[in-house]
Ligand binder design. Structure first.
Ligand code: NAD
Ligand code: UDP
Length: 319
C-alpha cells in the first residue's frame, strides 16, 4: 500500500511565502489546508488551487483556536512587512503569541510536527556580524518594531517549552529578507518599493543614508530550505537566508542600472530602530540540510520585476 499523502496545514497560506509553500506541497502530491485571515494575503495567490482535491481553504484567524486533523503544521501567519505589522501592533503581538499558542496546542492534540516561521528580526540591531543562531540578539523591547521582534521571540520560546514539556516535534526557521513574485505592490518593503518605483519611472526612496545592509533570498530558495528543515531531524532555530550582503544604495544602483528609465534617488529620514546591518551565517543549514541559496540577485530581481510589470499592466487593463 502506498503511504497516504501528508496532511499539511499552512497558516498564512494566502500570503507571499505561504502561497509558494502551498504550491510546492501540492505539486509534491501532498494535501494542504490553507488557513488565512486575508489581512495581507490574497485569494489571487492561491486561486489556481481552488477546486483541486488536495486543497482546502479556511478563512480563520489564528488568534482563535481551531480543531483540524493534520500531520504537519507550517505556521507562517503573521504580517511580515513593517508597515503592515505596525498598522495594529497589538494585533501583531496577539497573532505571534496567541496564534502560535493555538497552533502549538493543535499540534499537541493531533501529534503533528510544527514548523514555526521566525525571523532574523529576533537578532534586532545586531552587534555580531554575520549573525549565527547562538547570538541572542539586541532587540529594543519597547520600540515600534518590538510587536514583531518580541512577538517572534516569545513564540520561539513557546515552541521550545512545548517541546520540553510535551515532547512536541518542533522546527524553527529564522527567515532573513526574502523577495520574489507575489510580494504585494504596496508592501512597503525595499524590493517591492524600488521595483514598482522603477517601473513607474519615479524616484527610488532611500530611508537614511542607504549604508544599512540586508541580505536578500529569492523565494524558491527559501521554500527549498523550509521543506528540507521540516523533513530533517534538526529542530533549529536555523537561519535561512542568502549570505550575500548588500547596502540599500547598492540595491538601488543595481535597479537603476538595469532600468531603461533614468531614475533618481530620493533620500528621507531613517526609520526608527532600523537595523544597520544584517547577514545570516548559514553554516548550520549548509551542514544539516546541505542547503544554500542558488538564485543570483540580478536574476531574481528580473523575475520579480517582470511579475510587478505584469501585475501593473493587468491593473491598467482592468481600470
Ligand atoms: P505576508 O504578509 O505576505 O503573509 C502573511 C500571511 O499571514 C498573510 O496571508 C496574512 O493574511 C496572514 N495572517 C496574518 N495575520 C493572521 C492571523 N491573525 N490569522 C490568520 N492569518 C493571518 O508575509 P510573508 O512575507 O509571506 O511572511 C510569512 C511568514 O514568514 C511570517 O510569519 C513572517 O514573519 C515570516 N518571515 C518573512 C520574511 C520575508 O522576508 N518575507 C522574513 C522573515 C520572516
Ligand atoms: N528601505 C528603504 N526604502 C524603501 C523601503 C525600505 O531605504 O522604500 C530600507 C529600510 O529602511 C531598511 C531596508 O531598506 O533599512 C530593508 O527594509 P524592508 O522593509 O525591506 O525590510 P526589513 O527592514 O524588515 O528588513
Amino acid at each position: 500500500m502506498p503511504a497516504s499523502p501528508e496532511k499539511n496545514l499552512v497558516t498564512g497560506g494566502a500570503g507571499f511565502v505561504g502561497s509558494h509553500l502551498v504550491d510546492r506541497l501540492i505539486k509534491s502530491g501532498e494535501k494542504v489546508i490553507c488557513l488565512d485571515n486575508f489581512f495581507t494575503g490574497s485569494k489571487e495567490n492561491i486561486e489556481h488551487w481552488i477546486g483541486h482535491p488536495s486543497f482546502q481553504l479556511i478563512n480563520h484567524d489564528v488568534t482563535e483556536p481551531i480543531k483540524l486533523d493534520v500531520d504537519r503544521i507550517w505556521h507562517l501567519a503573521c504580517p511580515a512587512s513593517p508597515i503592515h505589522y505596525q498598522f495594529n501592533p497589538i494585533k501583531t503581538a496577539k497573532t505571534s503569541f496567541l496564534g502560535t499558542y493555538n497552533m502549538l496546542g493543535l499540534a499537541r492534540r493531533v501529534g503533528a510536527r510544527i514548523l514555526f516561521a521566525s525571523t532574523s528580526e529576533v537578532y534586532g540591531n545586531p552587534e555580531i556580524h554575520p549573525q549565527p543562531e547562538n547570538y541572542n540578539g539586541n532587540v529594543n523591547p519597547i520600540g515600534i518594531r518590538s510587536c514583531y521582534d518580541e512577538g517572534k521571540r516569545v513564540a520561539e520560546s513557546l515552541c521550545y517549552d512545548y517541546m520540553r514539556m510535551h515532547g512536541l516535534e518542533i522546527r524553527i526557521a529564522r527567515i532573513f529578507n526574502t523577495y520574489g513574485p507575489r510580494m504585494l505592490l504596496n508592501d512597503g518593503r525595499l524590493i517591492s518599493n524600488l521595483l514598482v518605483q522603477s517601473i513607474h519611472g519615479k524616484e527610488l526612496t532611500i530611508y537614511g543614508n542607504g549604508n544599512q545592509t540586508r541580505s536578500f533570498c529569492f523565494i524558491d530558495d527559501l521554500i527549498d530550505g523550509l521543506t528540507l528543515l521540516m523533513n530533517s531531524s534538526n529542530i533549529g532555530p536555523m537561519n535561512l537566508g542568502n549570505p550575500e550582503e548588500l547596502s540599500i544604495l547598492q540595491v538601488a544602483n543595481l535597479i537603476r542600472n538595469s532600468s531603461i528609465k533614468k531614475l533618481n534617488l530620493k533620500f528621507s529620514k531613517e526609520l526608527e530602530d532600523d537595523p544597520l546591518r544584517r547577514k545570516p551565517s548559514i553554516d548550520l543549514a549548509q551542514k544539516e540540510l546541505n542547503w544554500k541559496p542558488k538564485m543570483m540577485f540580478n536574476k531574481g530581481l528580473e523575475i520579480t520585476r517582470e511579475y510587478f510589470q505584469n501585475k501593473l499592466d493587468l491593473e491598467k487593463i482592468n481600470n
